[in-house]
Design a protein around this ligand. Sequence first.
Ligand code: CTP
Length: 403
Amino acid sequence: MQTLADSPTRHLVLGITGGIAAYKCAELVRLWVRAGHTVDVVMTEAALAFVGAATFQALSGRPVRSSLWNSAERNGMDHIALSRNVDALIVAPASADFIGKLTYGLADDLLSTLCLARDCPLLVAPAMNRQMWQNPATQRNVAQLRADGVTILGPDSGEQACGETGEGRMLEPHEIAERVAAYLQPKPLAGLRVLLTAGPTLEPIDPVRAITNRSSGQMGYAVAAAARDAGAEVTLISGPTALDAPWDVERVNVETAAQMQAAVETRVTGCDIFIGVAAVADYRVVAPSGSKIKKSEASMSLELAANPDILASVAARPNPPFCVGFAAESEHLLEHAELKRRRKTLPLMVANLAQDSIGRSDSQITLLDDHGVHPLPLASKTQSARWLVDHIASLYHARGSSR
Ligand code: CTP
């Protein structure tokens, strides 16, 4: 999962409108401030009916503004000045009424005027009753905002403050923070399709037993999220893991190497970049038993057959995508990794020591490409994945321009 500590510091403006989810914004401001961001809070009159300005003043350490009329500080020009030199303006929660105002360019209070006069990106996190959300008027307004270049965050579905259940809940504060951070990342993979494998595979022995490995899937999921944040359309073919699918990533669940290969083959055509992060089992049981094997002998043996090498077969396609492999080794890291890179004819191999990486949330990776060996510092898997994606993007684009 992306941690906020991995984001560069930003100057953000948070606009709070009248909705019960306004109380959650206290946590959002706290998360942003803890990550080192500067946050200016602007509240509508309706928002002030739900939460007090003092809460946000204390959490942001900056004055909270709500009126067009009482600001001497910037010659009464808050509605202009507040969006200048900021990274983004985020409205959360955005009520149905405020979304309507935004759609039609109405400007009758500080926040709506600020939105109209902004010169920074606008992100909006709707929060309302499910019927209000589904109402054609709201849906029309949201579609218009999207067409106008506004980014809509969520909403989520679930239990609502009114007691009903459905779509319209504001995203949780950490999800809003994550999506804003993702939005602000550079987009070197915009317009590209990335296909990844991640996690372990699981090769059945009988209905209750299987051969698998200790891969948690964390690195593959972090790379999928980093590629998405870099602007790519991402498909993740995942072996069994305990991880939630990263948002805005298509996840395809598989168990065996054969299923993983079939899932890759049906999706690889048209993909620009293929990244094999999965710890694919090298062997499968030739004849898995249909019923649970009973212990009857002091020992037993299983006949194993080699699994197909998914990455090698993608790299061997005519006109292959840009292929990236992972080599988790317990010794002679760089020699083994470079050997694998050459054997599978990959432009890029990521090497790490298995004992330092599997099941951990940080990693120290080394990148091997035609230009040499590039060791990266120990970092969270989120950060390592971002560095890797940046490297992939620069090699990918350099390859394109040298063709
Ligand atoms: N890989 C694959 N299909 C396989 C085996 C591996 O796609 N059947 C991919 C992995 O996703 C990873 C890379 O190949 O990107 C790992 O290379 P490999 O030489 O297969 O690694 P190991 O299986 O760890 O090899 P060894 O057991 O020989 O160390």
